[in-house]
Design a protein around this ligand. Sequence first.
Ligand code: HEC
Ligand code: HEC
Ligand code: HEC
Ligand code: HEC
Length: 214
Amino acid sequence: MNGQFKTTAVLTGLVAAFLGLAGAFRSDLWDRTAPVSPIPLVNLSFLSTNTVRTNYADLIRLKADLSDFDCYACHDEKKPPSLRFDTNQNLVIPEEHSDIVMGHGGHNRNNNCFNCHNETNLVLLQTRDGREVKFDYSPPLCGSCHGPTYRDWEAGAHGRTSGYWDRNLGPADRKQCVSCHNPHKPPFPPRPPAPGPHPLRAVVPPTLAQERGP
Ligand code: HEC
Ligand code: HEC
Ligand code: HEC
Ligand code: HEC
């Protein structure tokens, strides 16, 4: 009898203690949540899967303005443009092409327009061994001087392959050199690093909290 009474007393005591604790938690007696600064939203450019450049083939697909590529709107078909140089033998870019900044290789090594453009037919590119290359697919032009990089690119070790792994589902899309390198100034532009992960005990930003409800 005595044993059962003890058990009841202990259980009642425990229930009372837990109810007390529950009440205390509910009324937030110990408000210890350390202030956590709100997580700044990530710049959406970090989530973009686009390449850094929009090349000629992209412009066609996007039905964008192609007037820069309409060479014979300004040039005479019978007269190739002549290159002008200043007294230091540096190429002078005419005002109509002021959006072009040349810087291909150290010491202006590959700044001659006709290393790549065909002087007798401006709407085509040309390789040093005389092959004609169209603007909408220029990797063979780059490959004619950058053989090792071109081989890496063909094998998928340089550049980027998008599209499908499973070729039964759709084609792979190997991004062109000019999707990443400006042909006139090819060094890859530096990019700011994406922010690191936020530490634990993150605070849900108010906008998300609203979407998720209480
Ligand atoms: C808005 C008009 C315009 C368009 C479009 C245009 N050009 Fe020109 N370009 C000029 C003018 C003006 C000059 C300077 C005079 C000249 O040499 O005929 C020039 C000069 C050049 C030169 C000589 C550059 C130098 O440094 O001396 C080249 C090469 C050239 N253009 C190539 C092209 C090619 C290739 C295209 C098409 C992909 C093109 N241009 C489209 C207006 C244009
Ligand atoms: C006529 C030959 C020739 C063609 C065509 C050519 N390049 Fe180059 N490229 C060079 C030379 C020369 C250099 C400089 C190498 C050096 O300075 O050591 C260079 C340098 C570069 C660099 C390194 C830039 C740097 O400063 O780190 C890149 C990237 C590049 N080219 C990309 C391209 C791309 C993309 C194409 C096609 C649109 C292309 N090249 C077409 C000759 C060429
Ligand atoms: C290394 C090769 C190379 C050299 C050198 C080069 N170009 Fe180009 N250029 C290209 C390629 C490739 C494209 C097409 C790029 C694309 O698909 O976005 C192009 C595009 C253009 C265009 C049309 C788009 C634009 O940017 O306006 C013009 C005009 C042009 N080049 C003029 C010139 C002139 C003028 C020179 C000399 C001062 C020159 N290029 C030197 C490879 C070259
Ligand atoms: C998806 C983007 C991308 C594509 C597509 C791409 N490259 Fe590059 N390339 C880069 C980056 C990033 C670097 C490294 C730049 C750095 O180190 O500053 C680079 C470096 C280079 C260099 C410098 C030397 C080296 O090998 O490190 C050359 C030359 C070059 N690329 C040529 C090409 C050619 C030619 C093609 C096409 C056949 C091509 N690239 C396609 C992104 C690309």
